[in-house]
Design a protein around this ligand. Structure first.
Ligand SMILES: Nc1ncnc2c1ncn2[C@@H]1O[C@H](COP(=O)(O)OP(=O)(O)OP(=O)(O)O)[C@@H](O)[C@H]1O
Ligand SMILES: [Mg+2]
Length: 364
Protein backbone atom coordinates (compact mmCIF):
# COMPACT_ATOMS: atom_id res chain seq x y z
CA UNK A 1 0.00 0.00 0.00
CA UNK A 2 3.05 2.22 0.20
CA UNK A 3 2.40 4.04 3.44
CA UNK A 4 4.90 6.80 4.24
CA UNK A 5 5.49 8.36 7.64
CA UNK A 6 7.66 11.49 7.74
CA UNK A 7 9.92 12.16 10.74
CA UNK A 8 9.95 15.90 11.48
CA UNK A 9 11.16 18.18 14.27
CA UNK A 10 13.70 20.87 15.14
CA UNK A 11 17.34 20.30 14.13
CA UNK A 12 19.45 18.04 16.37
CA UNK A 13 16.57 16.52 18.36
CA UNK A 14 17.29 12.90 17.39
CA UNK A 15 15.35 12.33 14.16
CA UNK A 16 18.11 10.56 12.28
CA UNK A 17 19.08 8.55 15.35
CA UNK A 18 15.48 7.29 15.44
CA UNK A 19 15.48 6.68 11.69
CA UNK A 20 18.67 4.63 11.94
CA UNK A 21 17.25 2.55 14.75
CA UNK A 22 14.08 1.91 12.72
CA UNK A 23 15.71 1.12 9.41
CA UNK A 24 19.26 0.10 10.35
CA UNK A 25 20.28 2.38 7.50
CA UNK A 26 23.35 3.86 9.18
CA UNK A 27 22.93 7.41 7.93
CA UNK A 28 24.75 10.31 9.64
CA UNK A 29 23.28 11.29 13.00
CA UNK A 30 25.74 13.72 14.50
CA UNK A 31 25.65 16.31 17.21
CA UNK A 32 25.19 19.41 15.08
CA UNK A 33 22.11 21.12 13.64
CA UNK A 34 21.23 20.51 9.96
CA UNK A 35 23.22 17.31 9.84
CA UNK A 36 20.52 15.92 7.54
CA UNK A 37 19.76 17.85 4.36
CA UNK A 38 18.47 15.40 1.78
CA UNK A 39 15.61 13.21 3.02
CA UNK A 40 16.36 9.52 3.66
CA UNK A 41 13.71 6.86 3.18
CA UNK A 42 13.67 3.32 4.51
CA UNK A 43 11.18 0.44 4.66
CA UNK A 44 10.42 -1.13 8.03
CA UNK A 45 8.53 -4.35 8.80
CA UNK A 46 5.45 -3.84 11.00
CA UNK A 47 5.95 -6.03 14.08
CA UNK A 48 3.00 -8.35 14.74
CA UNK A 49 3.13 -11.02 17.44
CA UNK A 50 0.13 -12.78 15.90
CA UNK A 51 2.08 -13.65 12.79
CA UNK A 52 4.54 -15.72 14.82
CA UNK A 53 1.67 -17.66 16.40
CA UNK A 54 0.07 -18.38 13.05
CA UNK A 55 3.42 -19.56 11.71
CA UNK A 56 3.92 -21.89 14.66
CA UNK A 57 0.77 -23.71 13.51
CA UNK A 58 1.29 -23.54 9.75
CA UNK A 59 5.10 -23.99 9.72
CA UNK A 60 5.55 -22.17 6.40
CA UNK A 61 8.77 -22.04 4.35
CA UNK A 62 8.93 -18.31 4.92
CA UNK A 63 7.25 -15.42 6.72
CA UNK A 64 6.71 -11.96 5.33
CA UNK A 65 5.66 -8.99 7.44
CA UNK A 66 3.76 -6.05 6.09
CA UNK A 67 5.81 -2.86 5.85
CA UNK A 68 5.74 0.86 6.38
CA UNK A 69 8.10 3.48 4.98
CA UNK A 70 9.76 6.09 7.17
CA UNK A 71 11.31 9.26 5.78
CA UNK A 72 13.90 11.19 7.79
CA UNK A 73 13.51 14.86 6.93
CA UNK A 74 15.81 17.83 7.52
CA UNK A 75 15.33 19.84 10.71
CA UNK A 76 12.93 22.76 10.58
CA UNK A 77 13.46 26.17 12.21
CA UNK A 78 11.27 29.21 12.80
CA UNK A 79 10.81 31.05 9.50
CA UNK A 80 11.08 27.89 7.36
CA UNK A 81 7.87 28.72 5.55
CA UNK A 82 9.58 32.00 4.52
CA UNK A 83 12.72 30.21 3.41
CA UNK A 84 14.75 30.22 6.67
CA UNK A 85 16.99 27.24 7.38
CA UNK A 86 16.39 24.69 4.67
CA UNK A 87 12.99 26.28 4.14
CA UNK A 88 10.52 25.26 1.53
CA UNK A 89 12.44 22.26 0.30
CA UNK A 90 11.82 20.69 3.67
CA UNK A 91 8.11 21.44 3.48
CA UNK A 92 7.89 19.80 0.05
CA UNK A 93 9.36 16.62 1.58
CA UNK A 94 6.65 16.58 4.24
CA UNK A 95 3.94 17.10 1.64
CA UNK A 96 4.75 13.70 0.12
CA UNK A 97 4.08 11.76 3.32
CA UNK A 98 0.84 10.19 4.62
CA UNK A 99 1.48 10.82 8.32
CA UNK A 100 3.83 12.80 10.53
CA UNK A 101 5.97 11.60 13.43
CA UNK A 102 6.98 14.79 15.24
CA UNK A 103 10.13 14.20 17.31
CA UNK A 104 10.39 16.39 20.41
CA UNK A 105 13.50 16.68 22.54
CA UNK A 106 12.74 15.58 26.10
CA UNK A 107 16.29 14.65 27.09
CA UNK A 108 18.77 16.72 29.04
CA UNK A 109 22.32 16.54 27.83
CA UNK A 110 24.47 19.66 27.86
CA UNK A 111 26.72 18.13 25.25
CA UNK A 112 23.95 17.96 22.68
CA UNK A 113 23.30 21.37 21.11
CA UNK A 114 19.75 22.71 21.18
CA UNK A 115 19.18 25.27 18.42
CA UNK A 116 17.56 27.67 20.92
CA UNK A 117 19.94 26.80 23.79
CA UNK A 118 17.18 25.46 26.02
CA UNK A 119 15.17 22.26 26.41
CA UNK A 120 11.52 23.32 26.19
CA UNK A 121 9.15 20.86 24.49
CA UNK A 122 6.19 23.25 24.52
CA UNK A 123 8.09 26.02 22.70
CA UNK A 124 9.64 23.48 20.32
CA UNK A 125 6.29 21.99 19.38
CA UNK A 126 4.86 25.46 18.82
CA UNK A 127 7.67 26.39 16.44
CA UNK A 128 7.08 23.34 14.27
CA UNK A 129 3.30 23.54 14.34
CA UNK A 130 3.38 27.26 13.56
CA UNK A 131 5.64 26.74 10.56
CA UNK A 132 3.40 24.02 9.19
CA UNK A 133 0.33 26.20 9.72
CA UNK A 134 2.05 29.16 8.02
CA UNK A 135 2.90 27.03 5.02
CA UNK A 136 -0.74 25.95 4.79
CA UNK A 137 -1.90 29.52 5.26
CA UNK A 138 0.11 30.53 2.22
CA UNK A 139 -1.36 27.67 0.14
CA UNK A 140 -4.88 28.57 1.25
CA UNK A 141 -4.45 32.28 0.52
CA UNK A 142 -3.23 31.48 -2.99
CA UNK A 143 -6.17 29.14 -3.46
CA UNK A 144 -8.60 31.80 -2.25
CA UNK A 145 -7.37 34.26 -4.89
CA UNK A 146 -7.84 31.61 -7.54
CA UNK A 147 -11.33 30.48 -6.54
CA UNK A 148 -12.54 34.03 -5.95
CA UNK A 149 -12.11 34.58 -9.68
CA UNK A 150 -13.84 31.35 -10.75
CA UNK A 151 -16.59 31.69 -8.13
CA UNK A 152 -17.67 34.92 -9.80
CA UNK A 153 -18.50 32.91 -12.92
CA UNK A 154 -20.87 30.79 -10.80
CA UNK A 155 -18.75 27.62 -10.63
CA UNK A 156 -20.34 25.57 -7.84
CA UNK A 157 -17.18 23.91 -6.60
CA UNK A 158 -15.33 27.21 -6.55
CA UNK A 159 -18.13 28.76 -4.49
CA UNK A 160 -17.99 25.90 -1.99
CA UNK A 161 -14.20 26.09 -1.79
CA UNK A 162 -14.32 29.86 -1.24
CA UNK A 163 -16.77 29.47 1.63
CA UNK A 164 -14.70 26.69 3.18
CA UNK A 165 -11.50 28.72 2.97
CA UNK A 166 -13.02 31.91 4.33
CA UNK A 167 -15.18 30.43 7.06
CA UNK A 168 -13.11 27.55 8.34
CA UNK A 169 -9.61 26.96 6.99
CA UNK A 170 -8.17 30.48 7.04
CA UNK A 171 -9.49 31.38 10.52
CA UNK A 172 -8.04 28.12 11.89
CA UNK A 173 -4.63 28.64 10.27
CA UNK A 174 -4.55 32.29 11.32
CA UNK A 175 -4.63 31.01 14.90
CA UNK A 176 -1.71 28.68 13.97
CA UNK A 177 -4.00 25.71 14.60
CA UNK A 178 -3.91 22.53 12.50
CA UNK A 179 -6.64 21.72 9.96
CA UNK A 180 -6.79 18.13 11.28
CA UNK A 181 -8.48 19.33 14.46
CA UNK A 182 -11.36 21.03 12.58
CA UNK A 183 -14.68 19.23 12.38
CA UNK A 184 -15.45 18.91 8.67
CA UNK A 185 -18.18 17.06 6.78
CA UNK A 186 -17.52 14.66 3.91
CA UNK A 187 -17.86 17.29 1.17
CA UNK A 188 -15.51 19.64 2.98
CA UNK A 189 -12.99 16.86 3.55
CA UNK A 190 -13.04 16.05 -0.16
CA UNK A 191 -12.30 19.71 -0.96
CA UNK A 192 -9.54 19.88 1.66
CA UNK A 193 -7.91 16.83 0.13
CA UNK A 194 -7.36 18.69 -3.15
CA UNK A 195 -5.33 21.36 -1.31
CA UNK A 196 -2.52 18.97 -0.20
CA UNK A 197 -2.11 20.69 3.14
CA UNK A 198 0.45 19.72 5.77
CA UNK A 199 -1.56 20.22 8.96
CA UNK A 200 -4.27 17.87 7.79
CA UNK A 201 -1.94 14.86 8.04
CA UNK A 202 -2.44 12.54 11.00
CA UNK A 203 0.29 13.35 13.53
CA UNK A 204 1.89 11.65 16.51
CA UNK A 205 4.48 13.01 18.90
CA UNK A 206 7.65 11.05 19.59
CA UNK A 207 9.01 12.21 22.95
CA UNK A 208 12.75 11.54 22.79
CA UNK A 209 13.71 11.03 26.44
CA UNK A 210 16.88 10.15 28.43
CA UNK A 211 17.60 6.56 29.30
CA UNK A 212 16.13 7.30 32.74
CA UNK A 213 13.47 9.66 31.43
CA UNK A 214 10.42 7.41 31.08
CA UNK A 215 9.03 8.04 34.57
CA UNK A 216 8.72 11.30 36.48
CA UNK A 217 9.77 13.36 33.52
CA UNK A 218 8.11 16.81 33.46
CA UNK A 219 9.29 17.29 29.85
CA UNK A 220 7.44 14.16 28.80
CA UNK A 221 4.37 15.22 30.80
CA UNK A 222 4.32 18.48 28.85
CA UNK A 223 4.27 16.64 25.53
CA UNK A 224 1.54 14.33 26.83
CA UNK A 225 -0.71 17.21 27.85
CA UNK A 226 -0.26 19.04 24.54
CA UNK A 227 -1.02 15.85 22.63
CA UNK A 228 -4.05 15.11 24.76
CA UNK A 229 -5.51 18.54 24.02
CA UNK A 230 -5.08 17.86 20.29
CA UNK A 231 -6.25 14.26 20.44
CA UNK A 232 -2.83 13.12 19.17
CA UNK A 233 -0.87 10.02 20.21
CA UNK A 234 2.47 10.15 22.08
CA UNK A 235 5.19 7.53 22.04
CA UNK A 236 8.05 7.95 24.50
CA UNK A 237 11.35 6.45 23.42
CA UNK A 238 15.05 7.01 23.93
CA UNK A 239 16.37 7.27 20.37
CA UNK A 240 19.93 6.83 21.49
CA UNK A 241 19.17 3.65 23.40
CA UNK A 242 17.04 2.34 20.52
CA UNK A 243 19.89 2.85 18.08
CA UNK A 244 22.12 0.81 20.40
CA UNK A 245 19.48 -1.94 20.75
CA UNK A 246 19.05 -2.09 16.98
CA UNK A 247 22.73 -2.92 16.51
CA UNK A 248 22.55 -6.08 18.63
CA UNK A 249 21.82 -9.52 17.21
CA UNK A 250 18.54 -11.22 18.17
CA UNK A 251 19.74 -13.08 21.29
CA UNK A 252 21.69 -10.14 22.65
CA UNK A 253 18.71 -7.90 22.03
CA UNK A 254 16.36 -10.10 24.07
CA UNK A 255 18.83 -10.20 26.95
CA UNK A 256 19.38 -6.45 26.83
CA UNK A 257 15.62 -5.74 26.78
CA UNK A 258 15.13 -8.14 29.69
CA UNK A 259 17.81 -6.33 31.69
CA UNK A 260 16.01 -3.05 31.03
CA UNK A 261 12.66 -4.58 31.94
CA UNK A 262 11.30 -3.88 28.44
CA UNK A 263 9.07 -6.36 26.59
CA UNK A 264 9.87 -5.05 23.14
CA UNK A 265 11.99 -2.34 21.58
CA UNK A 266 10.36 1.11 21.78
CA UNK A 267 10.59 1.16 18.02
CA UNK A 268 7.86 -1.43 17.75
CA UNK A 269 5.57 0.98 19.56
CA UNK A 270 6.52 3.76 17.12
CA UNK A 271 5.75 1.59 14.11
CA UNK A 272 2.45 0.34 15.53
CA UNK A 273 1.41 3.86 16.52
CA UNK A 274 2.04 4.99 12.94
CA UNK A 275 -0.09 2.14 11.72
CA UNK A 276 -2.96 3.04 14.07
CA UNK A 277 -2.63 6.70 13.22
CA UNK A 278 -3.43 5.88 9.62
CA UNK A 279 -6.35 3.69 10.60
CA UNK A 280 -4.74 0.59 9.17
CA UNK A 281 -5.16 -3.04 10.08
CA UNK A 282 -3.63 -6.34 9.11
CA UNK A 283 -4.97 -9.50 7.61
CA UNK A 284 -2.99 -12.65 6.89
CA UNK A 285 -2.64 -15.20 4.15
CA UNK A 286 -1.38 -18.51 5.49
CA UNK A 287 -0.13 -21.39 3.37
CA UNK A 288 2.72 -23.89 3.65
CA UNK A 289 4.79 -21.75 1.28
CA UNK A 290 4.37 -18.53 3.19
CA UNK A 291 2.57 -16.80 6.00
CA UNK A 292 2.23 -13.19 5.08
CA UNK A 293 0.73 -10.05 6.61
CA UNK A 294 -1.03 -7.48 4.45
CA UNK A 295 -2.13 -3.93 5.20
CA UNK A 296 -5.65 -2.64 4.60
CA UNK A 297 -7.65 0.34 5.79
CA UNK A 298 -10.08 -0.33 8.62
CA UNK A 299 -13.44 -0.86 6.88
CA UNK A 300 -11.99 -2.40 3.70
CA UNK A 301 -14.18 -5.00 1.99
CA UNK A 302 -12.96 -8.45 0.95
CA UNK A 303 -12.41 -7.47 -2.72
CA UNK A 304 -10.48 -4.37 -1.63
CA UNK A 305 -8.31 -6.53 0.60
CA UNK A 306 -7.75 -8.92 -2.32
CA UNK A 307 -6.68 -5.94 -4.43
CA UNK A 308 -3.79 -5.28 -2.05
CA UNK A 309 -2.28 -8.61 -3.16
CA UNK A 310 -3.01 -8.11 -6.84
CA UNK A 311 -5.49 -6.02 -8.84
CA UNK A 312 -6.51 -9.23 -10.68
CA UNK A 313 -7.61 -10.72 -7.35
CA UNK A 314 -9.95 -7.79 -6.91
CA UNK A 315 -11.28 -7.77 -10.47
CA UNK A 316 -11.94 -11.50 -10.54
CA UNK A 317 -13.05 -11.76 -6.89
CA UNK A 318 -15.52 -14.59 -6.26
CA UNK A 319 -15.39 -15.33 -2.56
CA UNK A 320 -13.16 -15.13 0.48
CA UNK A 321 -12.56 -18.10 2.78
CA UNK A 322 -12.16 -16.52 6.19
CA UNK A 323 -11.11 -17.68 9.66
CA UNK A 324 -10.85 -15.14 12.45
CA UNK A 325 -7.48 -14.94 14.19
CA UNK A 326 -8.92 -16.18 17.51
CA UNK A 327 -10.54 -19.19 15.86
CA UNK A 328 -7.40 -20.01 13.92
CA UNK A 329 -5.39 -20.15 17.14
CA UNK A 330 -8.09 -21.81 19.28
CA UNK A 331 -8.71 -24.60 16.76
CA UNK A 332 -5.09 -25.01 15.77
CA UNK A 333 -5.30 -23.96 12.15
CA UNK A 334 -7.51 -24.30 9.11
CA UNK A 335 -8.58 -27.94 9.43
CA UNK A 336 -9.44 -27.55 13.11
CA UNK A 337 -11.42 -24.37 12.40
CA UNK A 338 -13.28 -26.17 9.60
CA UNK A 339 -14.13 -29.11 11.90
CA UNK A 340 -15.42 -26.67 14.50
CA UNK A 341 -17.58 -24.90 11.92
CA UNK A 342 -15.56 -21.70 12.22
CA UNK A 343 -14.48 -21.53 8.57
CA UNK A 344 -16.61 -19.05 6.63
CA UNK A 345 -17.27 -18.26 2.97
CA UNK A 346 -17.76 -14.52 2.61
CA UNK A 347 -18.92 -12.46 -0.37
CA UNK A 348 -17.99 -9.08 -1.81
CA UNK A 349 -19.65 -7.05 0.95
CA UNK A 350 -17.69 -8.68 3.77
CA UNK A 351 -15.79 -6.11 5.85
CA UNK A 352 -12.38 -7.49 6.74
CA UNK A 353 -11.61 -7.73 10.46
CA UNK A 354 -8.19 -7.15 12.02
CA UNK A 355 -6.24 -10.42 12.13
CA UNK A 356 -8.48 -12.38 9.70
CA UNK A 357 -6.80 -15.28 7.94
CA UNK A 358 -8.09 -15.17 4.37
CA UNK A 359 -7.84 -17.25 1.23
CA UNK A 360 -9.29 -15.59 -1.87
CA UNK A 361 -11.10 -17.39 -4.65
CA UNK A 362 -11.02 -15.50 -7.93
CA UNK A 363 -11.34 -15.84 -11.71
CA UNK A 364 -8.53 -14.76 -13.98
N1 LIG B 1 17.60 10.37 23.75
C1 LIG B 1 18.78 10.94 23.54
N2 LIG B 1 19.60 11.21 24.58
C2 LIG B 1 20.81 11.79 24.38
N3 LIG B 1 21.29 12.13 23.17
C3 LIG B 1 20.53 11.90 22.09
C4 LIG B 1 19.25 11.28 22.22
N4 LIG B 1 18.73 11.16 20.97
C5 LIG B 1 19.64 11.67 20.12
N5 LIG B 1 20.74 12.11 20.78
C6 LIG B 1 21.93 12.75 20.19
O1 LIG B 1 21.54 13.95 19.59
C7 LIG B 1 22.41 14.26 18.46
C8 LIG B 1 21.59 14.64 17.27
O2 LIG B 1 20.91 13.50 16.78
P1 LIG B 1 20.39 13.37 15.27
O3 LIG B 1 21.48 13.56 14.29
O4 LIG B 1 19.61 12.12 15.22
O5 LIG B 1 19.40 14.63 15.19
P2 LIG B 1 18.50 15.13 13.98
O6 LIG B 1 17.21 15.52 14.57
O7 LIG B 1 18.49 14.15 12.88
O8 LIG B 1 19.29 16.44 13.53
P3 LIG B 1 19.30 17.22 12.10
O9 LIG B 1 18.01 17.93 12.01
O10 LIG B 1 20.45 18.15 12.26
O11 LIG B 1 19.53 16.23 11.03
C9 LIG B 1 23.29 13.03 18.27
O12 LIG B 1 24.55 13.29 18.85
C10 LIG B 1 22.55 11.95 19.06
O13 LIG B 1 23.41 10.95 19.56
MG1 LIG C 1 19.16 14.29 10.95
Amino acid sequence: MGIKCGIVGLPNVGKSTLFNALTKAGIDAENFPFCTIEPNAGTVPVPDLRQRKISEIVKPQRELATTMEFVDIAGLVAGASKGEGLGNQFLANIRETDAIAHVVRCFNDDNVIHVANRVDPKADIEIINTELALADLESCEKQLQKVTRTAKGGDKEAIAMKALLENKLLPQLNEALPIRSLKLDENELALVKTLHLLTVKPTMYIANVDEQGFDDNPLLDTVRSIAEAEGAAVVAICSKLESEIAELDDDERLEFLNDLGMEEPGLDRVIRAGYELLNLQTYFTAGVKEVRAWTVKVGATAPEAAGVIHTDFQKGFIRAEVISYEDFITYNGEQGAKDAGRWRLEGKDYVVQDGDIIHFRFNV
